[in-house]
Design a protein around this ligand. Structure first.
Ligand SMILES: [Zn+2]
Length: 408
């Protein structure tokens, strides 16, 4: 097997090559004749490029297809499990590295804790360490890896490959791409974590085949990844989707960004914890207080969800408020972008109908009738590695569609 000329995606820069590869991905097993028909490329061009793809090992010949008279055509498919991509969730408390096949199947993962107060050099060191341990853990030859994708919290410049500002680490200008490409000699793609999830949803999740959808992630922070006409929308300086810092209540709590009443201060995991702590302090009776034996600092968002599941009325009310606030934020998105789907991910989405039901009612009341009618609100099904799988998709996107064309 010839190694793909990694180090850059130069090898894939041919439009025809990536188009054919993408057709095989979407329609395989497929014959050369069918590829020519779909791409409108000539038969000799298809034969030449398929030859190169076969030589690279990215594509293999599979079973024989149905004959339409004459001999049966040879079918082609992506050699999904012969190559691997490293996907990394670069968070403030932990770093997760997964190894996935070309069809997004996770075969290995590692978790590295991030100590408080880490500096830029230290954080880059942790990224390298977690990627090394993932690569070593799979015992696959180095040449079977085609690239590294990073989903990083905070503001990211995907062109320059830097983390502009990571608020939860309080670090700025982390040269992620340069450092990791130097270390691993593999192409590195970096994107904001929620934007990476959105891309992951469009390839492997609830966004498949949908032209306009928005992924809303509610965890420690709140953000969105916006897909418009099949393309990830970045905005002028890569911050499009920062709905966590849109104002919902001008008299609301102070936010880390300096403003008051941002969506994040009302709906994030820490916001939920703060609301139940306040309820306990003013004398409301909830089972959550028993969970932590009175140590209010030990309360987590998950405990509130568990209490709600037990029928605890205070916890149910806290989550209902969360759903209503989130509903206001999402209704604003629906009125602005007219998406056909909203995909909820992150810890808060795991609270289920306690959040989702009031959220949907609020959306119905507060968004305009026409866009409200054409949108569905669903939960992400990408699982616990959603961000890392999204990061894997960054590399796939570059490999299969270097010109940014996702539709054939
Ligand atoms: Zn804010």
């Amino acid at each position: 097997m010839t190694q793909i000329q990694v180090g850059s995606f130069q090898w894939m820069k041919s439009m025809n090559k990536s188009t054919i590869l993408n057709v095989i991905r979407l329609h395989g097993p497929i014959s050369r004749a069918e590829i020519a028909k779909i791409t409108r490329l000539t038969a000799p061009t298809v034969t030449n490029i398929v030859g190169e793809l076969l030589e690279s090992g990215l594509v293999v010949e599979s079973n024989l297809g149905e004959s339409t008279g004459g001999r049966k055509p040879i079918m082609l498919r992506i050699n999904s499990s012969a190559f691997y991509i490293i996907g990394v969730y670069a968070g403030a408390k932990k770093i997760n590295a997964v190894i996935a096949t070309l069809d997004g199947h996770v075969v290995y993962y590692t978790e590295t804790k991030v100590p408080a107060g880490v500096d830029v050099e230290g954080y880059v060191g942790l990224l390298k360490k977690s990627i090394h341990s993932a690569i070593e853990g799979t015992k696959n030859p180095v040449q079977s890896f085609v690239g590294i994708g990073i989903g990083m919290h905070g503001l990211v410049d995907p062109e320059k490959g830097i983390s502009i500002f990571a608020p939860n680490l309080n670090l700025a200008n982390i040269p992620v791409k340069t450092e990791l490409e130097k270390e691993f000699m593999l192409p590195v793609e970096i994107e904001n974590d929620v934007r990476a999830i959105a891309l992951g949803e469009s390839w492997f999740g609830q966004g498949q085949g949908i032209a306009n959808f928005i992924c809303v992630n509610v965890g420690t922070g709140v953000g969105a990844g916006i897909i418009l006409d099949h393309h990830l929308y970045h905005g002028a300086s890569y911050t499009a989707g920062e709905i966590g810092h849109t104002t919902i209540d001008i008299h609301g709590p102070k936010c880390s960004c300096g403003n008051y009443g941002c969506l994040e201060t009302l709906t994030s995991g820490p916001a939920i914890v703060k609301r139940i702590q306040k309820a306990i302090r003013i004398g409301k009776q909830t089972v959550v207080e028993e969970y932590v034996k009175g140590d209010l600092d030990a309360i987590t968002g998950e405990m509130v969800a568990n209490a709600a599941a037990q029928g605890d009325t205070v916890a149910i009310e806290v989550l209902a408020d969360t759903g209503r606030y989130l509903g206001i934020g999402i209704a604003n998105l629906i009125n602005t972008f007219n998406p056909s789907r909203i995909i909820l991910s992150g810890g808060v989405s795991r609270a289920g109908d306690f959040v989702l039901q009031p959220l949907k009612e609020t959306v119905e009341h507060r968004s305009l009738a026409v866009p409200a009618k054409s949108v569905t609100i669903v939960k992400s099904e990408l699982g616990p590695h959603a961000i890392a799988v999204g990061a894997v998709t960054l590399v796939l996107h570059k490999l299969f569609t270097p010109q940014g064309v996702t539709e054939v």
